[in-house]
Design a protein around this ligand. Structure first.
Ligand code: HEC
Length: 184
Protein backbone atom coordinates (compact mmCIF):
# COMPACT_ATOMS: atom_id res chain seq x y z
CA UNK A 1 0.00 0.00 0.00
CA UNK A 2 3.01 2.16 0.51
CA UNK A 3 3.72 2.23 -3.23
CA UNK A 4 0.11 2.95 -4.08
CA UNK A 5 0.21 6.05 -1.90
CA UNK A 6 3.48 7.21 -3.42
CA UNK A 7 2.58 6.92 -7.09
CA UNK A 8 -0.16 9.55 -7.05
CA UNK A 9 2.14 11.81 -5.06
CA UNK A 10 4.86 11.49 -7.71
CA UNK A 11 2.36 12.06 -10.52
CA UNK A 12 1.08 15.15 -8.75
CA UNK A 13 4.63 16.50 -8.72
CA UNK A 14 5.25 15.69 -12.39
CA UNK A 15 2.02 17.11 -13.78
CA UNK A 16 2.72 20.78 -12.95
CA UNK A 17 6.21 20.35 -14.40
CA UNK A 18 4.67 19.05 -17.65
CA UNK A 19 2.23 21.92 -17.70
CA UNK A 20 5.15 24.35 -17.35
CA UNK A 21 7.05 22.70 -20.21
CA UNK A 22 3.96 22.82 -22.43
CA UNK A 23 3.49 26.50 -21.60
CA UNK A 24 7.14 27.23 -22.45
CA UNK A 25 6.82 25.32 -25.74
CA UNK A 26 3.67 27.25 -26.61
CA UNK A 27 5.47 30.56 -26.02
CA UNK A 28 8.51 29.41 -28.02
CA UNK A 29 6.43 28.32 -30.99
CA UNK A 30 4.46 31.58 -30.92
CA UNK A 31 7.62 33.74 -31.01
CA UNK A 32 10.04 31.41 -32.75
CA UNK A 33 10.82 30.84 -36.42
CA UNK A 34 7.47 29.08 -36.99
CA UNK A 35 5.75 32.47 -37.28
CA UNK A 36 8.28 35.01 -38.59
CA UNK A 37 7.19 38.60 -39.16
CA UNK A 38 5.94 39.26 -42.68
CA UNK A 39 8.31 41.31 -44.82
CA UNK A 40 5.58 42.19 -47.32
CA UNK A 41 3.47 45.19 -46.23
CA UNK A 42 -0.24 44.33 -46.35
CA UNK A 43 -1.25 47.59 -48.10
CA UNK A 44 0.59 47.06 -51.40
CA UNK A 45 -2.56 47.45 -53.53
CA UNK A 46 -2.73 51.11 -52.45
CA UNK A 47 0.74 51.85 -53.94
CA UNK A 48 1.35 53.41 -57.36
CA UNK A 49 2.06 51.16 -60.31
CA UNK A 50 5.04 51.73 -62.65
CA UNK A 51 3.02 50.21 -65.51
CA UNK A 52 -0.70 50.79 -65.48
CA UNK A 53 -1.85 47.59 -67.10
CA UNK A 54 -1.89 43.85 -66.60
CA UNK A 55 1.19 42.21 -68.11
CA UNK A 56 0.42 38.79 -69.58
CA UNK A 57 2.89 38.22 -72.40
CA UNK A 58 5.16 35.23 -71.75
CA UNK A 59 8.46 36.00 -70.05
CA UNK A 60 11.20 33.72 -68.84
CA UNK A 61 11.22 33.32 -65.07
CA UNK A 62 7.58 34.29 -64.49
CA UNK A 63 5.66 32.45 -67.29
CA UNK A 64 2.49 33.67 -69.03
CA UNK A 65 0.26 34.39 -66.01
CA UNK A 66 -1.14 37.89 -65.46
CA UNK A 67 1.20 40.18 -63.54
CA UNK A 68 0.67 43.56 -61.86
CA UNK A 69 3.55 45.58 -60.35
CA UNK A 70 3.39 48.04 -57.41
CA UNK A 71 6.15 50.20 -55.85
CA UNK A 72 5.88 51.73 -52.36
CA UNK A 73 6.23 55.45 -51.54
CA UNK A 74 10.01 55.47 -50.77
CA UNK A 75 10.66 54.10 -54.27
CA UNK A 76 8.50 56.76 -55.95
CA UNK A 77 9.97 59.57 -53.81
CA UNK A 78 13.49 58.53 -54.76
CA UNK A 79 12.58 58.23 -58.46
CA UNK A 80 11.05 61.71 -58.38
CA UNK A 81 14.46 63.26 -57.69
CA UNK A 82 16.62 60.78 -59.57
CA UNK A 83 16.40 61.90 -63.20
CA UNK A 84 16.66 59.42 -66.05
CA UNK A 85 20.12 57.92 -65.56
CA UNK A 86 21.49 55.61 -62.89
CA UNK A 87 18.96 54.47 -60.29
CA UNK A 88 19.83 53.15 -56.85
CA UNK A 89 16.80 52.82 -54.60
CA UNK A 90 16.92 53.59 -50.85
CA UNK A 91 16.66 50.97 -48.13
CA UNK A 92 13.00 50.23 -47.44
CA UNK A 93 11.90 50.39 -51.07
CA UNK A 94 9.52 47.50 -51.78
CA UNK A 95 8.39 46.26 -55.19
CA UNK A 96 5.53 43.77 -55.30
CA UNK A 97 4.59 41.83 -58.39
CA UNK A 98 1.26 40.04 -58.17
CA UNK A 99 0.96 36.81 -60.14
CA UNK A 100 -2.51 35.53 -61.02
CA UNK A 101 -3.70 31.98 -61.69
CA UNK A 102 -4.38 32.68 -65.38
CA UNK A 103 -3.47 35.18 -68.08
CA UNK A 104 -6.76 37.08 -67.70
CA UNK A 105 -8.01 37.36 -64.11
CA UNK A 106 -11.66 38.16 -63.42
CA UNK A 107 -12.45 41.55 -61.82
CA UNK A 108 -11.80 41.30 -58.07
CA UNK A 109 -9.83 38.07 -58.39
CA UNK A 110 -6.94 37.77 -55.94
CA UNK A 111 -3.34 36.89 -56.93
CA UNK A 112 -2.02 33.43 -56.06
CA UNK A 113 1.59 34.49 -55.57
CA UNK A 114 3.58 37.65 -54.85
CA UNK A 115 7.13 38.00 -56.17
CA UNK A 116 8.71 40.70 -54.05
CA UNK A 117 11.91 42.75 -53.91
CA UNK A 118 12.75 44.48 -50.61
CA UNK A 119 15.75 46.86 -50.57
CA UNK A 120 17.79 45.76 -47.54
CA UNK A 121 21.50 46.06 -48.37
CA UNK A 122 22.62 45.12 -44.83
CA UNK A 123 20.68 41.84 -44.75
CA UNK A 124 22.92 38.79 -45.20
CA UNK A 125 20.22 37.23 -47.41
CA UNK A 126 20.18 40.21 -49.80
CA UNK A 127 21.50 39.71 -53.33
CA UNK A 128 22.43 42.87 -55.22
CA UNK A 129 21.10 44.88 -52.25
CA UNK A 130 17.59 43.36 -52.49
CA UNK A 131 15.85 40.56 -50.64
CA UNK A 132 14.09 38.41 -53.25
CA UNK A 133 10.92 36.84 -51.84
CA UNK A 134 8.12 34.61 -53.01
CA UNK A 135 4.87 34.75 -51.02
CA UNK A 136 2.29 32.01 -51.40
CA UNK A 137 -1.05 33.71 -50.82
CA UNK A 138 -2.96 30.55 -49.83
CA UNK A 139 -0.62 29.66 -46.94
CA UNK A 140 0.87 33.11 -46.32
CA UNK A 141 4.32 31.51 -46.44
CA UNK A 142 7.17 33.80 -47.51
CA UNK A 143 10.34 32.26 -48.91
CA UNK A 144 13.52 34.29 -49.33
CA UNK A 145 15.48 33.16 -52.38
CA UNK A 146 19.12 33.14 -51.32
CA UNK A 147 20.56 31.65 -54.51
CA UNK A 148 21.27 34.16 -57.29
CA UNK A 149 18.36 32.77 -59.39
CA UNK A 150 16.25 35.94 -59.28
CA UNK A 151 19.11 38.44 -59.22
CA UNK A 152 20.98 36.88 -62.16
CA UNK A 153 18.05 37.33 -64.53
CA UNK A 154 17.17 40.77 -63.15
CA UNK A 155 20.76 41.91 -63.81
CA UNK A 156 19.65 42.11 -67.46
CA UNK A 157 17.46 45.08 -66.46
CA UNK A 158 20.69 47.06 -65.92
CA UNK A 159 21.37 47.15 -69.66
CA UNK A 160 19.09 47.42 -72.70
CA UNK A 161 16.38 44.72 -72.62
CA UNK A 162 13.14 43.83 -74.46
CA UNK A 163 10.61 44.98 -71.78
CA UNK A 164 8.84 48.25 -70.99
CA UNK A 165 10.87 51.25 -72.22
CA UNK A 166 13.72 48.77 -72.91
CA UNK A 167 16.26 50.87 -70.94
CA UNK A 168 17.62 52.30 -74.22
CA UNK A 169 20.56 54.09 -72.53
CA UNK A 170 21.64 50.89 -70.75
CA UNK A 171 21.65 52.67 -67.35
CA UNK A 172 22.11 50.79 -64.09
CA UNK A 173 18.50 50.58 -62.83
CA UNK A 174 18.99 48.59 -59.67
CA UNK A 175 17.70 45.32 -61.19
CA UNK A 176 14.23 46.71 -62.05
CA UNK A 177 12.74 46.07 -65.48
CA UNK A 178 9.87 48.48 -64.72
CA UNK A 179 11.36 51.06 -62.33
CA UNK A 180 9.13 53.86 -61.09
CA UNK A 181 9.78 56.76 -63.44
CA UNK A 182 8.23 60.16 -62.71
CA UNK A 183 5.38 60.90 -65.11
CA UNK A 184 4.56 57.23 -65.71
C1 HEC B 1 14.60 34.56 -66.30
C2 HEC B 1 14.32 35.93 -65.87
C3 HEC B 1 13.68 36.23 -64.53
C4 HEC B 1 13.82 35.55 -63.34
C5 HEC B 1 14.58 34.27 -63.05
C6 HEC B 1 13.05 36.31 -62.36
N1 HEC B 1 12.48 37.41 -62.94
FE1 HEC B 1 11.41 38.85 -61.97
N2 HEC B 1 11.04 39.77 -63.76
C7 HEC B 1 11.52 39.36 -64.99
C8 HEC B 1 10.99 40.23 -66.02
C9 HEC B 1 11.26 40.12 -67.52
C10 HEC B 1 10.19 41.20 -65.36
C11 HEC B 1 9.42 42.33 -66.03
C12 HEC B 1 7.96 42.39 -65.69
C13 HEC B 1 7.09 41.30 -66.29
O1 HEC B 1 6.86 41.29 -67.49
O2 HEC B 1 6.59 40.48 -65.52
C14 HEC B 1 10.26 40.89 -63.95
C15 HEC B 1 9.67 41.63 -62.94
C16 HEC B 1 9.78 41.40 -61.59
C17 HEC B 1 9.32 42.29 -60.55
C18 HEC B 1 8.74 43.68 -60.77
C19 HEC B 1 9.91 44.70 -60.80
C20 HEC B 1 10.61 44.75 -62.15
O3 HEC B 1 11.78 44.32 -62.24
O4 HEC B 1 9.98 45.19 -63.12
C21 HEC B 1 9.58 41.68 -59.36
C22 HEC B 1 9.26 42.22 -57.98
C23 HEC B 1 10.21 40.41 -59.65
N3 HEC B 1 10.33 40.27 -61.01
C24 HEC B 1 10.62 39.52 -58.69
C25 HEC B 1 11.31 38.35 -58.97
C26 HEC B 1 11.68 37.36 -57.96
C27 HEC B 1 11.42 37.47 -56.46
C28 HEC B 1 12.32 36.35 -58.62
C29 HEC B 1 12.87 35.06 -58.06
C30 HEC B 1 11.94 34.22 -57.35
C31 HEC B 1 12.35 36.71 -60.04
N4 HEC B 1 11.74 37.92 -60.20
C32 HEC B 1 12.94 35.93 -61.04
C33 HEC B 1 12.39 38.32 -65.23
C34 HEC B 1 12.82 37.39 -64.28
Amino acid sequence: MRTARHVPAAAAAILPACATILAVLAVLSACGPATPKSRVPADWTSWRKPVDRVLNYTIPGHGDKARVIYVNAPGWEYAGGAGSGRLEFPEGTVVVKEIYASGSPAPGEKPVTLDVMVKAPGDPDARGGWLWLVKDMASGKETVITTNFCQACHANANSSHPYGDRNPGGAFRDYLYFPPIPGT
